[in-house]
Ligand binder design. Structure first.
Ligand code: GLA
Length: 393
């Protein structure tokens, strides 16, 4: 949780007491329970918002300048809404400017603003620190300009910022859950229609535990775009070879894949098999979670990890080590898998509440022994999506 009183004070320190009183906005990070690398294949995902967040203090300006101060980095930056800066600079301002430009392109008329941003979502840790930044900044900019922005529109603008400013061809999952998460629930999102079903995440007996490898391998961005291209190639070939009506891998059933998968080159075939089976697992997992069949949910999470490791090849040694140690604690861990894009970042685990301390100790000891790194371990309830914070007395 961010200390909002400290954020208000920081705003006054940075911009001076003559400034108007800022309004505060927040957007959470997220963890995906299952449904990995399915979103850009029009498929299904099952993420939840977590209790880590990015907060923005914001006040309108009379001109079209946006000044931003990052409290985490102690850095100032600014841009002009009428003079878009260079794209893909590889700096944090890309996310803020990117979402502002995307909102304007989508017809949301913004004005200048002064912002101070503070976050406790670990950067580059696979918990969607970028989506939290895009969505909180987008919500702040629209709101102080007097515009009530639709949450789906806000999520789409965040995704557009990634495509145009950051250069990552991401799907809609992260921005969507960050903008629309629901307390106490995971959302089963149909990434084609953007329809959702809220599924309660009951934490009486089991907890959602996130383990951070604390590594981020460099290839993640290029490999991500490559996987996406491989999936598109698969769709093209399957369409030519008999599945004429498919638009995306979402339209390919497991039975279709059995029948036509052999026409694909080996690597593309494995990528497609992951997506086809992961979509089926995600729907099964949503049903299992709803009906509290948590052993089954855990089994599906483990199968997801195996598929990501072997077929999709987006795991890495550190993630595999965390999953192996977690699963060695039979009776404590129901399920464990990498979560997010992969190549580092976090695992998500379903752990029996009464075995949490055992889990923590075993993971810390085992992971440190194997890698020399200390993992970060967080327990998170399913939190709410982006909103304005009304904490003023
Ligand atoms: C990243 C992307 C998402 C999604 C996941 C993999 O988090 O931002 O759109 O593709 O990877 O499931």
């Amino acid at each position: 949780m961010i200390d909002t009183a400290a954020l208000r004070r920081a705003f006054l320190d940075v911009y001076g007491a003559a400034e108007q009183t800022p309004r505060l906005f927040r957007a959470p990070g997220r963890v995906n329970l299952i449904g990995e690398h399915t979103d850009y294949n029009d498929g299904f995902v099952l993420p939840m918002a977590i209790d880590r967040e990015t907060c923005v203090a914001a006040a309108a300006r009379a001109d079209r300048r946006v000044r931003v101060f990052s409290l985490n980095l102690g850095e100032h930056a600014e841009f002009d809404l009428d003079r878009p800066g260079m794209r893909e600079r590889g700096i944090w301002l890309d996310y803020v400017e990117g979402v502002a430009q995307a909102l304007e392109r989508r017809g949301v008329r913004l004005g200048g603003a002064d912002l101070v941003i503070s976050s406790d979502v670990p950067v580059g840790g696979g918990l969607s620190s970028s989506a939290a930044l895009e969505v909180s900044a987008g919500l702040a900019l629209a709101s102080v300009a007097g515009v009530e922005v639709d949450r789906v529109e806000l999520a789409l603008a965040g995704q557009e910022a990634e495509h145009t400013y950051v250069g990552a061809k991401v799907g809609i999952m992260d921005q969507f859950i960050v903008a629309l998460g629901r307390a106490g629930h995971a959302l089963l999102i149909d990434c084609r229609t953007l329809e959702t079903q809220a599924i309660p995440v009951d934490t009486t007996e089991t907890l959602v535990v996130i383990c951070d490898t604390r590594v981020k391998h460099e290839l993640s961005a290029s490999e991500y775009n490559l996987r996406r291209a491989e999936c598109e190639e698969g769709v093209e070939l399957l369409r030519r070879e008999g599945l004429a009506n498919i638009r995306a891998l979402r339209d390919v059933s497991e039975a279709d894949f059995e029948r036509y998968g052999h026409v694909l080159p080996e690597v593309v075939g494995r990528r497609c098999r992951h997506v086809v089976t992961e979509n089926a697992r995600t729907l099964d997992a949503a049903a299992a979670l709803r009906e509290r069949r948590l052993e089954e949910m855990g089994r599906l999470m483990l199968a997801s990890h195996e598929s990501l490791r072997q077929d999709y090849e987006v795991s890495c040694r550190e993630l595999d080590v965390l999953v192996e140690i977690a699963t060695s604690l039979a009776g404590a861990t129901l399920g464990a898998r990498m979560t997010g894009g992969g190549f580092g970042g976090c695992t998500v685990n379903l752990v029996r509440r009464d075995r949490l301390e055992d889990f923590r100790e075993t993971i810390t000891r085992g992971y440190t022994g194997a890698t020399g790194l200390t993992p970060n371990i967080y327990v998170s309830e399913a939190g709410e999506g982006a909103k304005e914070i009304n904490d003023e007395v």
